[in-house]
Design a protein around this ligand. Structure first.
Ligand code: GDP
Ligand code: CA
Length: 325
């Protein structure tokens, strides 16, 4: 195996990528990272998922929060709050802020997001290739019912400010129609030996990547098998608030439900295989009857060894599927 491609969001995907890197240190691993969570706040461009992956694999992540920088201080945010700034709900740590300042400066001078990402990775040396899904600006936005009435908000505002606790009327990926895959995305997928959908949020991490024009077709026609790992275990998310989002959109919050949401490649979707947790072993036959090879293995990435074993399990599931295509 020479080329592993992983579609990923932030926290869950970053952890999975750590396992993949540990399992295959000498293999080229390319992460195609969701950028629909990105936003401009206080004039800086923040890329939560790219940064989560970069900091995690670069050894700079806060181990408790699992986002942002270790040994973080919050002086800038405190000062912004004292100015009564309405956007101070968005937690910008002092160390983290430097990343956003460098990124924004380069973007304003005409660099693309993928160029800046390469540059930031020169410091962090994540040991894998990080490619944004697109260099174009895309934003997941939701129309929600807030206590103050109906409101059109950026995903980050829904997630952080409203803690995913307000009813959702609709969700869209603004700007996606005119977005193009970033340089390297198409080449990575075409050259992949295996394509893995990380245990990331299906709605706001994986679906936006698939919604970039051309991506779905690219995956559907790729020579490599596409296998995924469920972010849902026993009917709930593991960390974060993914079940609020799935449930809020009226989707089934289960490992099988997410597999059906992504769909079988043989039936117009993108998956050849899907891993569910041993707690969900009872749903394997349902997933297989949808045309997706399924296996039940431990999915909880509680320590480095199980995370690494999970990465191996994903590749193991893919191996026989490679021949079928
Ligand atoms: P975000 O962009 O930071 O929200 O991160 P991701 O989209 O990459 O990942 C969030 C998802 O990861 C959530 O739906 C969690 O349920 C899932 N997740 C977190 N930890 C684990 C784990 O140990 N095992 C599995 N299978 N999923 C996990
Ligand atoms: Ca995210």
């Amino acid at each position: 195996m020479q080329n592993i491609v992983v579609l990923t969001g932030g926290v869950g995907g970053a952890r999975f990528l750590e396992g993949m890197r540990a399992a295959h240190p000498d293999t080229q691993i390319t992460a195609i990272v969701n950028t629909a969570d990105d936003l401009w706040v206080f004039g800086v461009r923040v890329c939560p998922d790219l940064d989560s992956v970069m900091y995690t694999l670069g050894g700079g992540i806060d181990p408790e929060r699992r986002w942002g920088r270790q040994d973080e201080t919050w002086n800038a945010r405190g000062e912004l709050e004292r100015y009564g700034e309405p956007e101070a709900w968005f937690g910008l740590g002092d160390r983290d802020l430097a990343t956003h300042l460098v990124r924004s400066d380069r973007l304003r001078r005409g660099a693309t997001l993928s160029q800046v990402t390469d540059e930031l990775c020169e410091r962090w040396r994540p040991g894998i290739r990080l490619v944004p899904m697109t260099d174009d600006e895309v934003a997941t936005r939701l129309v929600v019912d807030t206590p103050e009435g109906e409101s059109d908000v950026h995903f980050q505002e829904y997630w952080i400010r409203y803690r995913a606790q307000v009813p959702i009327r609709s969700l869209r990926y603004e700007g996606i129609e005119s977005a193009a895959p970033a340089p390297g995305v198409i080449e990575a997928v075409e050259g992949a030996d295996v394509i893995v959908v990380a245990p990331s949020n299906p709605i706001v991490s994986i679906a936006p990547i698939l919604a970039v024009p051309g991506m779905r077709e690219l995956l559907r026609t790729a020579a490599a098998p596409v296998v995924g790992v469920s972010p849902i275990i026993a009917g709930g998310h593991v960390r974060g608030m993914a079940d609020q989002l799935l449930g809020g959109l009226g989707l089934e919050v289960s490992a099988a439900g997410v597999a059906e949401f992504h769909g079988a490649r043989s039936g117009g979707g993108v998956l050849d295989g899907w891993l569910v947790d041993t707690a969900d072993a009872g749903t394997v036959s349902r997933i297989e009857s949808a045309g997706i090879a399924a296996r039940a293995v431990p999915l909880y990435m509680s320590d480095d060894d199980t995370t690494r074993a999970l990465a191996e399990d994903a590749l193991e599931l893919a191996r026989p599927l490679a021949g079928e295509r």
